[in-house]
Design a protein around this ligand. Sequence first.
Ligand code: CU
Length: 501
Amino acid sequence: MKKPVISIILGISLLLLAIVSVLLFRQISTQSPNPFTNQDNGTPLMGMNPNMGMGGEVTMELVPSKQETKELALPPLLEGTLSSDGSISYTIATQEGGTQFKEGNATQTFGYNGSYLGPIIRIRKGQNVHLTTVNKLEENTSFHWHGLKIPSNVDGGPHSPIKPNGTATVDFTVMQEAATLWFHPHPEGRTGEQVYNGLAGLIYVEDENSDSLDLPKDYGINDFPIIVQDRFFDEDNQFNYQDIQNMDGTQGDTLLVNGTINPYIEVKNEKIRLRLVNGSNARNYQFNLSSKESFYQIASDGGFLNEPVQMDTLQLVPGERAEIVVDVSDYKKGDNVKLMNGNAEVLSINVVEGINPEIKSLPETLNKISTSFNSVSVPDKELTFSGMGNMVAINGKQFDMERIDLQAKTGTTEIWEINNSNDMMGGMIHPFHLHGVQFKVLDRNGKVPPANEQGWKDTIALYPGEKVQIEVEFPEKGIFMYHCHILEHEDNGMMGQIIVE
Ligand SMILES: [Cu+2]
């Protein structure tokens, strides 16, 4: 053969080798550990993978569990001590325990005042809140109020570790409107494992507006907390986080709602309010109804939307919340509709009592948030999320407790531009979360955000290649965190800190 021909063949071979290497590396870095087969489960779900990001990251498939259907577990409403001045005191212990998720062995888990997840903390706008928290774990933890506007010394970030047998007390005044928020640990480098083991709970903030709105509000009757998580059980029914953790977000093949596998709720034929919380380490959900009927979103992360927004599907990334109303007024006793994630069943809503509810529509106005969506050409701050695995970074840097990355002043409105760099591996959706504030999304890639994102937010999806502008104002001084809410990315250093003076 002539030399040029040999060179061409050699060149093509090298190119093919390079392509195969990149593909192989991508498989390994996104799919390990492998294989994901759950002994007592059936075949993987076919069809659309609801976790396939725009960047095409491969995720663990959800598998329908063979466990019998079970009534949805409802977190207890935490009882506090009300003082004569209206302030409320709560006590919460962070502890270990065993949880019976499925037949066979109990799973070793963490929980707040129980073995898995925690109670609902109810607070009101204007109220003084006093919380005492005890750490009964054998490791440091912290108590972070996700979505609450509070001073940084009570925010419970990595600066505020609580040692084993340690106690922390926090006092603050509720400065914000009605919303469904949540709490979870935020210790440096250990958030992913502690949340995966079960540490998370809800905060219901109420105010005069939520009191007066004609919405379903009977807890466990027509108003349900829905904490959606995915977990992987080994042969002994254990979580085994250390063995299955993934640098790009730990997932499981089994869905849990409030810790229940294959859950159902029993309701009357009326409007049903679901307070959806994506409490997963890394999985994105695409909620829809099995009937293909639409539903209404009434609240985003930080409170009510201005008006109910009719939706067919709703995406929630880790850390995000949404309140929706599913109307089963037309249903008869014995009918049911399922809340789905893509093609995977999340929750069965079973109508067990036919009443003749007064047919009324949802309130037309729920809130009065000023909305102006003017993006700016020169934002006050720019953040770029990049990388995967242990290469994740914000503005090219990984978290350093000793380094302050940004500065701001209280009472000053700023425009931040947040970019998700479209890197060579195709990139991932990074959920951006900012502590201590509720912000507004001004635009996504130069476009007005969708109607259900035109409310208060503390966590938003950033698709690969996206540019999102938000409007932020810090009410309190101190040092606050901003980070990716894929908990393993956060633990790997996709986090920065801002000092507010
Ligand atoms: Cu991330």
